[in-house]
Design a protein around this ligand. Structure first.
Ligand code: PMP
Length: 301
């Protein structure tokens, strides 16, 4: 997907022009992946632009920053109001917000001694991450365990692992990777969680190598409201391949049906019925059409 630029970027408390949002080559995070980030989806609704579960994303932003011992010199409410302002200044309807905290300019050592934590908020207009149903392949790279990284933290450095997996499977012609954990159980995709549908129920991995995603949590709650049971368990690759339906989910990905795994066709090779129902309901929720979940929306006006 090509990038659509916007007018302003928020950097360390100031709104700067898009073309001026730059960093020095010795920025620590560029060398060591010493950054943390969030992705927040903005949706056009009948009552203006709304950010989906912004509070939870900002909470995770602080959790991740803490994992890397970063000090964020802004409060949660300051960041939330800056995100809202940025969306308005950039006149964004459907869009994506990327809050980023990174170790900035200082020295060249791995340990970020005396290096400031810089913060940026980037907001861009955005459509869909995937517009087709996915053919995925298991990667030979395993996902970080909670012994090699911090469970639940969205650390930029972790994504080298995702990139390795994606290169591996894209080179072979697949759309997306499926990653296992150190015990051989299914973890997640490179940037999304996975759900199986089996006998009308939803199953999602409980692996400590998977990010406990905010969309995943939303899907569990939304499907409960639809009368669909869900549970977490150790999920094997065999179970994934024998699922009735499969889908990935995430802030960017939303709900993306998976139609084959390692060339094994899932169901009838098309997006499943339950997946499609959940996807439809998810769009109603994020676009403010279901009042029950309005608490998840932060309106910018
Ligand atoms: N796993 C990984 C590795 C991710 O990067 C993401 C995207 N943030 C997800 C899962 C889905 O999480 P969320 O629904 O909170 O976006």
């Amino acid at each position: 997907m090509g990038i659509t630029t916007s007018k302003f970027v928020w950097m360390n408390g100031k709104f700067v022009k898009w073309q001026d949002a730059k960093v020095h080559m010795l920025t620590h995070a560029l060398h060591y992946g010493s950054a943390i980030y969030e992705g927040v989806h903005a949706y056009k609704t009948d009552e203006g632009t709304a950010l989906f579960r912004l509070n939870e994303h900002i909470d995770r932003f602080f959790y991740s920053a803490n994992a890397l011992s970063m000090s964020i010199k802004f409060t949660k409410s300051q960041l939330i109001s800056s995100v809202k302002k940025l969306i308005k200044m950039n006149k964004i309807g459907d869009g994506y917000v990327r809050p980023l905290a990174y170790y900035g300019y200082g020295n060249v050592g791995v340990f970020p001694k005396d290096i400031p934590t810089d913060i940026a908020l980037i907001a861009i207009p955005w459509g869909y991450y995937y517009t087709k149903d996915l053919r995925i392949r298991t990667s030979s790279f395993i996902r970080h365990s909670d012994k090699s990284s911090v469970y639940g933290a969205k650390l930029s450095g972790n994504y080298a692992n995702s990139i390795l997996a994606m290169h591996e499977v894209r080179k072979k012609g697949y759309d997306e990777a499926l990653m296992l954990d150190e015990n051989g159980y299914v973890a997640e995709g490179p940037a999304e969680n996975i759900f199986l549908v089996k006998n009308g129920n939803l199953i999602t991995p409980n692996s400590r190598s998977a990010l406990p995603g905010i969309t995943r949590d939303s899907i569990i709650r939304i499907s409960k409201g639809m009368g669909i049971k869900s549970y977490e368990k150790n999920v094997t690759l065999q179970e994934v391949k024998n699922a009735d339906e499969l889908f990935f989910c995430g802030t960017a990905t939303e709900v993306a049906p998976i139609i084959s795994v390692d060339d094994k066709i899932i169901g009838n090779g098309k997006a499943g019925e339950i997946t499609s129902k959940i996807k439809g309901k998810f769009y109603d929720v994020v676009r403010g059409k279901d009042r029950k979940y309005r608490k998840w929306l932060t309106f910018v006006d």
